[in-house]
Design a protein around this ligand. Structure first.
Ligand code: DGY
Length: 320
C-alpha cells in the first residue's frame, strides 16, 4: 500500500524527520521558511495530512482552502489556538495536538522567568556582556527574594500545576485562578480563588499559564493589573494574547509591576515595541518547549496521532 502523503510545514528534529520519511511520503521544509495560509494550503495539494506547528496560520481561511485529500492536521504543539478546530471539524478534518510531553519544559521556563525577573538576571547579564560591570557592590542590582513569596497561577492545567511543584521547592505559597477548584490530590494545598479580585490581591508573583483564544484575550488588562500589589512580578509562558501589552508596559514604567518576564507575545515574532526600552523586562523567544528531549517527544506524539488516523483509529490527542 502506498504511504500516506504528509506535508510537514516546519523543519523538525532529525529523529522526527527520519521517522516521517520512513513511514510517510513526506514533504519537508528544509529551509524552515514560514509560510502564509494561502501558501500552506497550496503546498498541501496532493497530501493526506498536514503536520503543522505553533505559529502556522491554520485559521478558517487556510483550512477551507486545504484540498479535500487532507484528513488530519497534527500540530507540533500543545496549544492549538492557531488552528480553527471548528472549521476543521466542519470539513471532517481531524485535529490533534501534543499535550503532556512539554509540561516539564514549559514549567521550567516559567520558573526561570520568575527567577530571572526577581533576581534581575537579565539586567545583570546585559551589564556584564556590555563590559559595564565595575565589580561587586553592596547595593548593586538588588532584586527580590523568591523564597517564601506568594505565586499566583492563572490557568492551573498541567503546566500550571508543574510550575506549582517547582515553586514549592522555593517554599512559595501557591494560589490559583481557574474555572473551577481542583480536586485535593491535584491542588496539593494550593489556594483556589473564585474571583479575579481575591486572586490578584493575594499574590506577589503572577504566572500566566492559561491557553490562548477568545476566552482569555487581554485578560491581564489595566484594570486587573491595578489590582495586583505594587511591586508585583508578572511572567507569561502561556500565550501572548492573554496580556494587554500597552497596559503592562505602563505598569512596568510606573513601577506598579516591578518586573515582567515574557516568553510569548501577541502577534509573535513581532514584539510590542514598548518592551524593548524597559530594563525591568526579561524577553525570551518562545523557548517554553525548546529542549532536545521535549521537541523529540512532541514530534513522536504528533506522528503517533497521524499513525492512528491512517490506521483508522481515533488519535489519542484529537481535540475536535
Ligand atoms: C505549544 O506547544 O503550544 C508551545 O507554545 C510551543 O512550544
Amino acid at each position: 500500500m502506498a504511504k500516506p502523503k504528509l506535508l510537514i510545514t516546519r523543519k523538525l528534529p532529525p529523529a522526527i524527520e527520519a521517522r516521517a520519511a520512513r513511514d510517510y511520503d513526506a514533504t519537508f521544509n528544509a529551509s524552515d521558511v514560514v509560510r502564509d495560509g494561502a501558501t500552506l494550503a497550496e503546498a498541501a495539494k496532493g497530501h493526506d495530512a498536514v503536520l503543522c506547528a505553533a505559529g502556522d496560520p491554520m485559521g478558517a481561511a487556510t483550512i477551507n482552502a486545504l484540498p479535500a485529500s487532507v484528513k488530519a492536521i497534527a500540530t507540533f504543539s500543545v496549544g492549538y489556538d492557531h488552528v480553527d478546530v471548528a472549521a476543521a471539524k466542519a470539513r471532517g478534518i481531524i485535529v490533534a495536538n501534543t499535550p503532556d510531553v512539554l509540561t516539564d519544559a514549559t514549567a521550567e521556563i516559567a520558573m526561570l522567568l520568575v527567577m530571572a525577573c526577581m533576581r534581575r538576571a537579565g539586567e545583570g547579564e546585559r551589564m556584564v556582556r556590555a563590559h559595564a560591570w565595575a565589580g561587586w557592590a553592596p547595593t548593586q542590582l538588588m532584586g527580590l527574594s523568591v523564597t517564601g513569596k506568594k505565586l499566583g497561577i492563572f490557568g492551573m492545567g498541567r503546566i500550571g500545576r508543574r510550575l506549582a511543584d517547582f515553586a514549592r521547592g522555593f517554599d512559595m505559597e501557591i494560589h490559583y485562578r481557574d474555572v473551577a477548584a481542583l480536586p485535593a490530590d491535584l491542588a496539593k494545598g494550593a489556594t483556589f480563588h473564585a474571583t479575579d479580585d481575591s486572586f490578584l490581591a493575594a499574590i506577589d508573583v503572577l504566572s500566566l499559564n492559561a491557553p490562548g483564544g477568545e476566552a482569555t484575550r487581554k485578560w491581564l488588562n489595566a484594570e486587573r493589573l491595578a489590582k495586583l500589589r505594587k511591586g508585583a512580578v508578572v511572567v507569561n509562558s502561556g500565550r501572548g494574547t492573554v496580556v494587554d501589552d500597552a497596559a503592562l508596559c505602563d505598569a512596568l514604567r510606573s513601577g506598579h509591576v516591578a518586573y515582567a518576564g515574557l516568553d510569548v507575545y501577541d502577534g509573535e515574532p513581532r514584539i510590542f515595541p514598548g518592551y524593548h526600552a524597559l530594563p525591568n523586562v526579561v524577553l525570551l523567544p518562545h523557548l517554553g518547549s525548546a529542549t532536545i528531549e521535549t521537541r523529540d517527544a512532541m514530534g513522536h506524539r504528533a506522528l503517533d496521532n497521524l499513525d492512528a488516523v491512517f490506521a483508522s483509529q481515533k488519535p489519542r490527542d484529537q481535540v475536535n
